[in-house]
Structure formats: C-alpha cells, structure tokens
Design a binder for this molecule. Structure first.
Ligand code: PMP
Length: 426
C-alpha cells in the first residue's frame, strides 16, 4: 500500500467514510482519495510526494493559488495578534466596507464561517422579513446542508445518487419547492399559483454544483420580476461564483440587483469565512436590531478576515479578472480543440476563473441535461488525468477552477495530458 492508501485505511477507523466532507471520498469516480500535505501556487503534493496541477483549489476559494505570499503574510500577522476575540475588530469593519463597495446590491453584510451558514441565515432572514414560509430552489443547485435545502440537493448527494438526506423532517422539506433550472414557464406557473406564500427564491446564478450551468437571460429576468411583483426576496447564492467569475460577481455580469447575496469561498481566501448581505431594510431585521436571530462564536474571525481582505485587495488589481478569464478560456478552448482532433464527444465553457467540461455534444442548460452526459467517460478521464499529474474535481457534477498561479506552461502541460487521455479512453 502506498501512503495515500495507508492514510485512507487509517482515516476510516475514526472518521466516517475516512473524510470530513463526502465528495472527497472519490465515491463516484472510485479509487483512493489523495491526502495532500502541501500546496504552492498552482500545485499540490500528495502523501506519496506526487505533484499535481490543481484545478479544484479547495473547491473554489484559492483564486490566487496555494499559499500566496501576501495572503500568508496577512494571516500570520493576524494570528500573532490573537486567533479569536469573539468581539468586534477593525478588520471586520474594513472587510464589510470593501464587500459593500464591490457589490452595490449589498448595503449591509454579516460575516459567518461557512457557505451553509450564509444560505441558512439568509433564508431565515427572508422568512422573517416576509412573514412567509415557502422557499423556491432549483434542481441541481446546492446551497449547503441546512435541512430546508437538502431537498433534491446537488453536489455530493447527487454524486451518490441520493436525491435527499435522511434526517430531514418531511414538514421542513414540504416548504421547499424545487423547480427545474432555466424553466421560466414553471417559475411563472408556481408564482401564479402561490406567489403570496413565497418568502424567497434562492439560486446559484451560475450553477456550479451540477457541473457548470449558466442561467439564461430570460430566467434571470423572470426571477427578478416575479420576486418583485409578489414581494418575495431574491437570494443570489454566490458562494461559489462570488469574486470568482468577475470582480462584481455574477450579479455584475447579469446587471441584476438581488435582495440578498450569499458569499463564501474566495471571500475568505481559503480560511473558514463566508457572508450574507443585501438591502438594509431586510438586514436590519437581524438581531440585535430586529427579531431574526443569527449568531456565531467565530463569526468575523480575525485570521479569516485577514485572508479575505488580502485576497479581495489582490483580485481588485487592474486587469486581474481579464487575465484570469483569458487563462481559463485557453484551457477550455484547448480541450475543445483536442476533443475535435480525437473525435471525442465533448463541450466546455468558462466564466472568469470558473469552468465546466462535459462529455456531451452541447453545453447543458439544466440538471436533466447534465445527467445525460457520459459519466463513465468522465470517470475514465478523471483517473487518466490524475495519473498524468492533473487534479480535477472527483465528480462529473462539479465545476473546475483556474487560479492566477496557473501559468501558460501549466495549461499546455494539462492539454498535452488531456490529449493522451482522450486517445486512451476513446
Ligand atoms: N452554496 C454554494 C453555491 C456552494 O457551492 C456551497 C459549497 N460548495 C455552499 C453553498 C456551502 O458552502 P460550505 O461548504 O462552505 O458550507
């Protein structure tokens, strides 16, 4: 047994499934998960000292690559001054100001420690604000693992072919209405039927938990118009897309002002930090100002805030997103070209530093489309690439991420590897 195999065997003794988050277990692709011991720039090294070019980036946060010197320096400095106070700090005020400046839809923001906390809190707030219970979500979107959201959820659960979780009360799930993504007619019909009972729509405005699926302009407009018309809250879950697809997130690209936005991943620069924010008339319903309770011992943790601030400042530098978008597009265009040369049924797309690739003729528009892609081809491709030293997300239902540390050489190396693997799996 190699080190990864030994560690995985040992991990299973005291950690359920040997992992602290299910999709890490390689459940859908098979094989032994890699245990990482070091990351630097675009690379990670596993327990057997094998190096990989990393296109997962901790599932999105590491837009600057691993251990960026300026982020590291900020984190070390903050940690030296105290790991946690459970009291306000100047840095969290600076981060809140910066988030509000970068996202005009956010007038007030609260910091939390995970994406799940952000979405769960935003939904409670929307319900408290509207006095309504019903929540609309879309098939294939994942918004964390709060009870009301584990209703046909995507990501890990989807990978395991288990559309909802045991332990979620039927009464809670009953208040969550799940519609197909990009289906304007279904959305209009639902609002016509019960619009006055709907507290909120929560949506991944570019979905990244059923691989990558873009919301159509018609769908985006319909969500904004219907929530306005019926007095429901529009929640953009930008935990994955926030500061990843554009400096002003998906809402900047869509030209839409959601009522509430959830952020995570990049906003914390790789540390446990997330946020939710939006209209101040809604945010002011939160305790201690209002009746909606929400709290956290480690919320606004100073070390995490330091990583977030350093990251947001670096990605705000001139030309950052332009360069990242070009680099990510090079990867996708290269893969499409190689697929053509090798007669592989394949498509790919990217926005900013986020990409999706599919073993299907066309780019999917919905969860049903994604399900029609060739998953056994994906699994073979994943393992072939892993052998070549390329670390992709271990599931056909995840988006991928390019960081500012991925060089031309890294992209070319990846494309050369992909060519070999496409030939092998034909
Ligand atoms: N929303 C979206 C869109 C996500 O992608 C995720 C995590 N992948 C979450 C919420 C939950 O975030 P966390 O894992 O930090 O709880």
């Amino acid at each position: 047994m190699n080190q990864n195999q030994q560690l995985f065997a040992a991990a299973q003794k005291h950690i359920p499934g040997g992992v602290n988050s299910p999709v890490r277990a390689f459940g859908s692709v098979g094989g032994t998960p890699r245990f990482f011991k070091k990351g630097e720039g675009a690379y990670v090294w596993d327990a057997d000292d094998q190096r990989y070019i990393d296109y997962v980036g901790s599932w999105g946060p590491l837009i600057l690559g691993h251990t960026h010197p300026k982020v590291l320096e900020a984190v070390i400095q903050a940690a030296k001054n105290g790991m946690s106070f459970g009291a306000p700090t100047a840095a969290e005020v600076e981060l809140a100001d910066l988030i509000c400046e970068m996202l005009p839809s956010i007038e007030q923001v609260r910091l939390v420690s995970s994406g799940t906390e952000a979405t769960m809190s935003a939904i409670r707030l929307a319900r408290g604000f509207t006095g309504r219970d019903k929540l609309v979500k879309f098939e294939g979107c994942y918004h964390g693992h709060a009870d009301s959201l584990l209703v046909k959820a995507g990501s890990g659960l989807l990978t395991f072919g288990n559309p909802s979780s045991a332990g979620v009360p039927a009464s809670v799930a009953a208040d969550t209405l799940v519609l197909p993504y990009n289906d304007v007619a279904a959305l209009e019909a639902l609002f016509a039927e019960m619009g006055d009972k709907i507290a909120a729509i929560i949506v991944e405005p570019i979905a990244g938990n059923m691989n990558m699926v873009q919301a159509s302009p018609e769908f985006v407009q319909a969500m904004r118009k219907l929530t306005e018309k019926y007095g429901a809250v529009l929640i953009y879950d930008e935990v994955m897309t926030g500061f990843r697809v554009d400096l002003h997130c998906t809402q900047g690209l869509h030209g839409v002002k959601p009522d509430l936005t959830c952020l995570g991943k990049v906003v914390g620069g790789g540390m446990p930090l997330a946020a939710f924010g939006g209209r101040s008339d809604i945010m002011s319903k939160l305790a201690p100002l209002g009746p909606v309770y929400q709290a956290g011992t480690l919320s606004g943790n100073p070390v995490a805030v330091a990583a977030g601030l350093a990251t947001l400042k670096l990605i705000s530098e001139d030309g950052f997103f332009n360069q990242l978008s070009i680099q990510t597009k090079k990867l996708c265009d290269g893969l499409i070209q190689i697929a053509k040369e090798t007669n592989t049924v394949f498509s790919a797309q990217s926005t900013g530093g986020m990409f999706g690739f599919y073993f299907s003729e066309n780019i999917p528009q919905s969860f049903a489309d994604v399900m029609n892609s060739d998953r056994s081809k994906f699994n073979a491709f994943f393992h072939g690439m892993l052998e070549q030293g390329i670390y992709l997300a271990p599931s056909a239902f995840e988006a991928g991420f390019v960081s500012a540390a991925h060089s031309d050489q890294d992209i070319l190396f990846t494309l050369a590897a992909a060519k070999k693997v496409f030939m092998q799996i034909k």
